[in-house]
Design a protein around this ligand. Structure first.
Ligand code: SAH
Ligand code: SF4
Ligand code: F3S
Length: 465
């Protein structure tokens, strides 16, 4: 028997290996959750998996869950029901599918999820992504119902670097996690419990990852962290660097066009970082700086450790450094004990700040958080009514902000296909979605544009050079 024959004989006896296994990751949460999902695909690529665009044909489906509000956390159970049916259909055809749950619900509920949804094959938390190859091996060996939920963040990032196989290409606007976890313990929030204590990655690791991203095509990088501006890590010179210093070093990467960071906490906004908005010309004029509420009584009950005035003064300093900056925020209405007067203080703060964009939510009591145990819970209909009033004001401010951009010119990084056929889309320096006619251009190009239309949620523009 010659060599060729032997190979073909082997191929016939191992038909299952003819097709690489595929994985589908569905992200339910924040940008860090999306980033983690991409890392899961990276570590599985090293094990021979290929990413799949849909769950239908995937050999492994991972639900990367979010625990921040009840609605987000409950979504996973309806999704699990759907996947179970999908798996039944595949089994009828002689194929199979493994179901895993990752992310913040996995971390918060762990083992308990298996009781409610025994169809889950294994569960792993946000700090256990690097364990994924081992979990898949155990699954292949016939084990089920594994739960991996306690590993410190240090291990995660160090091991991911070694275990992951870099993706063949990265998007023009990429994410890079520099910090994870939170020590702030706002009384409404699950993040300190699901993501653990604050951890900052060393600058050298971050710079290496940034260079790799740029080599593979990234032109914009958004640094991620639950409290990204609390980042303080070992610098290249052995001293401790702050985020402004890290951004300065990242700006030296020549082919990198733009830098952003999210999410920041008002109390960690130091003078150097404020000054970076004036001095670092790759840092984009956009800052997401959640305040949550405008009443000092409520801010205190939330354990935010700043007043409404502290926040307003900080915004003034930032605007002095970068007058055109787009300010974005997060708001919670109906925190326990919130009166009509407290809520009006939130509206007054919004009037004072003038937001370019913001997210706002009805307070959702989360198991295990101090605020959930408070007695004066606000009725849902009151929360709903307040949220509608707040959102009306925020939408008006967003329209006013965008309205100032007619005829404005700026450089635009094209990141994907636009809303309509033949269009491409990118994000302005102020993070507005901008649609342009795509002829003659492609994703990844940086083009000079002039704004021609102001839409409700996006701008329209033409390429001028
Ligand atoms: N680390 C960031 C974001 C945390 S989660 C920060 O400190 O701002 C994103 C947003 O979800 C929060 O800013 C808050 O507005 C909202 N959020 C968190 N817990 C919530 C809860 N229990 N109910 C309603 N909204 C909540
Ligand atoms: Fe949650 Fe507060 Fe930490 Fe933000 S700062 S993640 S809202 S505890
Ligand atoms: Fe959700 Fe966890 Fe992010 S709770 S918002 S996925 S940190």
């Amino acid at each position: 028997m010659n060599v060729t024959n032997r190979i073909s004989a082997n191929a016939e006896t191992a038909p299952a290996r003819a097709r690489p296994r595929t994985v589908f990751v569905k992200a339910f949460g924040c940008q860090m959750n999306v980033y983690d999902g991409e890392r899961m695909v990276d570590v599985l690529r090293a094990k021979g998996f290929q990413p799949s665009d849909t769950p239908e044909e995937a050999d492994l489906v991972i639900l990367n869950t979010c625990h921040i509000r009840e609605k987000a956390a409950e979504k996973v159970y309806s999704e699990l029901g759907r996947l179970r049916q999908l798996r039944e259909k595949r089994r009828e055809r002689g194929a199979d599918m493994a179901i895993a749950v990752a992310g913040c619900v996995a971390q918060a509920e762990g083992e308990a999820m298996l009781k409610r949804a025994p169809a889950i094959d294994f569960i792993f938390g946000p700090q256990a992504i690097q364990r994924l190859p081992d979990l898949v091996e155990r699954l292949d060996a016939g084990e089920r119902h594994m739960v991996e939920t306690d590993f410190p963040a240090e291990d995660k990032f160090a091991e991911l670097d070694g275990k992951a196989k870099a993706p063949p290409a990265v998007p023009p606007a990429a994410f890079l996690a520099v910090q994870e976890g939170c020590d702030k313990f706002c009384t409404f929030c699950v993040v300190p419990y699901t993501r653990g204590a604050e951890y900052s990655r060393p600058a050298a690791d971050i710079l290496r990852e940034a260079e790799r991203l740029v080599e593979k095509g990234a032109r914009e990088i958004t640094l991620l962290g639950q409290n990204v501006n609390a980042w303080h890590g070992e610098g290249l010179d052995g001293t401790t660097w702050n985020l402004a210093r890290l951004l300065e070093e990242l700006a030296r990467i020549e082919a990198l066009h733009a830098l952003r960071f999210t999410t920041s906490h008002p109390n960690d906004m130091d003078g150097a970082l404020v000054a970076a908005f004036a001095g670092n010309d790759k840092l984009m004029p956009y800052l997401h700086l959640p305040v949550q509420a405008g009443s000092d009584r409520i801010l205190k009950a939330m354990n935010r450790k700043h007043t409404a005035q502290d926040y307003i003064r900080l915004i003034e300093e930032i605007r002095a450094a970068r007058p055109d900056i787009a300010i974005s925020g997060d708001f919670i209405v109906g925190f326990p004990g919130e009166t009509e007067a407290d809520f009006e203080a939130t509206l007054a703060l919004v009037e004072e700040v003038q937001y370019a964009h913001a997210y706002s939510f009805r307070y959702s009591p989360r198991p295990g958080t101090p605020a959930a145990a408070l007695e004066e819970q606000v009725p849902e209909e009151v929360k709903r009514e307040r949220l509608a009033r707040l959102q009306e004001l925020l939408a008006k401010q967003q329209r006013e902000f965008n309205g100032r951009f007619l005829d404005k010119e700026f450089d635009l990084l094209l990141t994907g296909p636009g809303k309509h056929e033949g269009q491409l889309v990118g994000r302005s320096p102020w993070l507005q979605a901008v649609h342009v006619p795509g002829v003659g251009h492609k994703v990844g190009d940086i083009v000079r544009v002039r704004v021609t239309d102001i839409g409700k949620n996006a701008l329209g523009a033409h390429v001028i050079a």
